[in-house]
Design a protein around this ligand. Sequence first.
Ligand code: SF4
Length: 337
Amino acid sequence: MSLQKTGIPYLERVWNVTRGCSHCGPACENCYAERYAKRFCGRLKDYEGTFQPPPPFQGFADVNGWTGRVELLEDKLDEPLRTRKPARIGVCFTSDLFHESLPDEAIDRVFAVMALCPQQTFVLLTKRWKRMHEWFTSERPLREVREDIAYFAEHIGKIVWDQRGSERHNYFGCARIGDISNRRVFPGWPLPNVWLGVTAWDQPSFDEAAGYLLRTPAALRWWSYEPALGPVDCTRIPISGRGVESEPLIQVNALRRASVFAPHIDWIVAGCESGPGRRPAQNDWFRSLRDQCVEAGVPFYLKQSNADTFCLYNPAYVIEKPFLDGRQWLQIPEVRR
Ligand code: SF4
């Protein structure tokens, strides 16, 4: 199977290679993945064991049915290897790759697949920034990821090769078969095609998350301010000030940014909460953040904001890709590697 398309406007595909989660802060209160899991948690259904239906009559806002079990979906591991067309791919957007229940080995394998797909851009997002930092800064991942690459070269690579069944297709959208068989593929560390992001929803969470993010090696670091639950002043944090070169795509030299000696936040995505039980954000929070981004030259993407008035056609009170002071803010870094 190839990767799913997605409605998340700044992504083209999603790779939900893990299943299950648990709450880890106020931003999880109205988890949309949980509402989806609730529909498929019955016996022999996808979410059996990872989601327990909550008692009835609690309303959407009180749904909290994750069991805390998180599993790696082995049958989805090779999906990026089967997707030839370059895309921006969200990784584990209905779970959390750095969840405490997921063993290090599972994370290693996900990174090994990403290493084998240099034509793809993988957009990672986590609320477990401490575990993310620990995983990246311990000694083992680099060694383990290299070993997993060799494993995939021998197994998954050959499977893809056999299914295509023709020499004409010996380049299947990721690394060349010959290269991975000879174990010559290793794009460098941190992987240049992985954008590492954290979700922070207010000032205290931003201060903590950004601290970990900036100390974690990454080709590109980004921050998701969604759901926005309080104003954030990020002027104390070194968000990038290297200039906006084109719009809406902004050129970024990923290798230059990969330096651990000059860590910056390179991209900010903002949005209010949507769905039942939503907690409204103030548009002034977005306006202030937009101004900080413009000042620092950081790409800013405003995914959604509050509608000021109720309208029958928009009962959710949310406007997708809204105008803010006369224009949309849909900036995305374009990384040249
Ligand atoms: S981390 Fe994400 S998927 Fe997990 S409970 Fe929180 S909002 Fe839901």
